[in-house]
Design a protein around this ligand. Sequence first.
Ligand SMILES: Cc1cc2nc3c(=O)[nH]c(=O)nc-3n(C[C@H](O)[C@H](O)[C@H](O)COP(=O)(O)O)c2cc1C
Length: 192
Amino acid sequence: MKALIIFGSPRKTGDTANLLKTFLNNFEGEVDFVNAFPNASNNGVSACINCVACKHADCVIKDDFFKILKDDYDILVVASPIYMSNLPGPMLNVISRFNYFFHSGKKLTKQKLGVLILTGGGHGAKRMQGKTNEDLAIRQAEFIFAKTNASFYEENMVLSLNTDKTPAKYDYLAQQKIKQIVQNLYIVAGKK
Ligand SMILES: Cc1cc2nc3c(=O)[nH]c(=O)nc-3n(C[C@H](O)[C@H](O)[C@H](O)COP(=O)(O)O)c2cc1C
């Protein structure tokens, strides 16, 4: 069983990374990463430039977005902090690259399961056009799952809020839920 992680935090040892660590400590399969933010060893994922080359050929931006297109994974983990009630800008860069599917007419056909890990420094209940502040981030993540042919169920979502007061490391409910999710993945996807 292979998991592809789309990681949306610039912090290698932050809250999202900590929850992801729990996922990885319990997951026994192959793992690969798409880092949305650039870091010392990686340029991150760039935004679509609307060159429309993908109408006839591969995407011209040669970055880790191709790991998503490779379609060789069983689990897609979207792990990200909430920024301004949304996913961070570099995660929206990733989403913009789904323009490839629109122009090429191609689809990812391998069926997979989606896991969502979101962290937020706030209480997660601020009203934003009638929605709680995490809703927008969740909807963006659901868009990623829809475009990658990943089934996403609410029980495969972990929200760790109020990290300003209680770092995700000490959010025992979230940590416990991640362990449960990994166990369930083996039951649903089968151990390969
Ligand atoms: C630019 C920016 C915007 C943020 N916006 C929100 C927000 O809208 N709601 C919220 O609950 N937390 C917000 N936060 C706090 C982060 O979501 C929180 O600190 C999170 O735990 C960081 O995760 P990380 O350590 O994995 O990067 C924001 C942080 C930054 C840097």
